[in-house]
Design a protein around this ligand. Structure first.
Ligand code: HSE
Length: 436
């Protein structure tokens, strides 16, 4: 049987990795797919640059549209990133009846609803396993493996760069900027690394996971997003003293009020497996009604881990080339006409526990005042830690862990606490999840 012809858009870190994996494992991949898969052409900004992959048999061009419009190309693999040119290329490929594989989480999170509608009209597949958690087959796991379940919640470390930074800061006391530079050099970080540290990349991925978990349209703009830039070393240390680790989590939870979609630094008990996921590794914990909790772990970024997911998608498409489009696995796990418009809750309506750090005068009655103001909002204290003052200081840090409370009520209590004369500056607030 004739080989399936693939066109690659982008020959950077992931593009090069994909070409390498397809070439190195060509025989095994053909045995699995039932047909040989051949990269016939690829676009790159600079085609004269030497690459980490063999391009002898690949026609190179600087014009990505040439790849999309090449009549022999059946599957277009989009690895250029961004949401402008990438959108144009993907829509053009679909219009021509070509299948698309993409690692572009921003593109899917922002334009997925439109892209999937067009793909359904044309009966083609748009596969995006590599868009979330690099090499971990999390889309397949949720969309197919857990298809018999109602998913209650999921929580994931879904940005490798952020996790690498937090881990190096905690374990080696390294400076933020220095670790970020290393993450960029290793090819983990986004073209704009603020996407990693401010949580935007994780929010893109969370929007995708929530859609396939709950059968809701993609709603990136409703994800509450807080980055890791304000995580202070002292909070990491106090959290550890209390038996917690701080991780940058993406959390999607279905409640009777609606759906919570949030990305923020989170204290989690150190005994949870996910609390021990370090470096560039990603992990997603999914709680579902029939199976209970399941945990998916692996490399969340990097050339070949991401290529592993891209190639798996290409093979999936090859296996379905002759199937009836009506019977393809739906893009967002649920049939397109069965998505629901469940409310996405604002962050003030979210219910979670909290870590608070206050800087207070070292004098009688201060803790009593704080406890009373929390009690006024019916907020129960779960744990309390007060440090002795440093020799030359009259103020001490007080760390409080609360029980679960609606964020609006906690914010009201914090406002009254900050108004006390004995409380200096503003409170540090970090959300806490037990992930039970
Ligand atoms: N910048 C992303 C990360 C790459 O660090 O996780 C994988 O999506």
């Amino acid at each position: 049987m004739e080989s399936v012809k693939v066109g690659l858009l982008g020959l950077g870190t992931v593009g090069g990795g994909t070409a390498n994996v397809l070439q190195r494992n060509a025989d095994e991949i053909a045995r699995r797919a039932g047909r040989e898969i051949q990269v016939v052409c690829a676009s790159a900004r600079d085609i004269t640059r030497s690459r980490g992959c063999d391009v002898d048999t690949i026609r190179l061009t600087t014009d990505p549209m040439e790849v999309v419009c090449d009549p022999v190309v059946e599957i277009v693999v989009e690895l250029i990133g961004g949401t402008t040119l990438a959108l144009e290329l993907v829509l053009k490929a679909i219009e021509q009846g070509k299948h698309v594989v993409t690692a572009n989480k921003a593109l899917i999170a922002l334009h997925g609803n439109e892209i999937f509608a067009k793909a359904n009209e044309k009966g083609v597949m748009v596969a995006f396993e590599a868009a979330v958690a690099g090499g971990i087959p999390i889309i397949k796991a949720i969309r197919e493996g857990l298809t018999g379940n109602q998913i209650n919640w999921l929580a994931g470390i879904i940005n490798g760069t952020g996790n690498f930074i937090l881990t190096e800061m905690r374990d080696k006391g390294r400076a933020f900027d220095d670790v970020l530079k290393e993450a960029q050099a290793r090819g983990y970080a986004e073209a704009d690394p603020t996407f990693d540290v401010e949580g935007i990349d994780a929010a893109h991925k969370l929007a995708i996971l929530a859609s396939i978990a709950f059968g809701i349209p993609l709603q990136f703009e409703k994800v509450f997003t807080e980055g890791i830039g304000n995580v202070a070393r002292e909070d990491v240390v106090y959290a550890e003293e209390l038996g917690y680790r701080i991780k940058h989590l993406g959390i999607a939870r279905k409640t009777s009020q609606g759906v919570e979609l949030r990305v923020h630094p989170t204290l989690i008990p150190e005994k949870r497996l996910i609390a021990n996921v370090d470096g560039v590794m990603n992990a997603v914990l999914v709680d579902a009604d029939a199976v209970g909790p399941t945990l998916y772990y692996g490399a969340g970024a990097g050339a070949e881990p991401t290529a592993s997911a891209v190639v798996a998608d290409v093979v999936d498409v090859v296996r379905m080339l002759t199937s009836d489009p009506e019977n393809h696995v739906p893009h967002l796990a649920f049939q397109a006409d069965a998505l629901t418009d469940t409310t996405v809750l604002p962050i003030e309506a979210v219910v979670t526990a909290y870590y608070l750090r206050l800087c207070v005068d070292d004098k009688p009655g201060v803790l009593a005042d704080i406890a009373r103001l929390l009690a006024d909002q019916e907020i129960s204290i779960e744990a309390l830690l007060q440090k002795e003052p440093a020799e030359d200081k009259q103020v001490v840090p007080v760390i409080i862990l609360t029980q679960r409370v609606v964020e609006r009520e906690l914010n009201a209590a914090i406002a009254s606490i900050e108004a006390l004369d004995s409380v200096k500056g503003s409170a540090t607030k970090i959300r806490l999840e037990t992930l039970k």
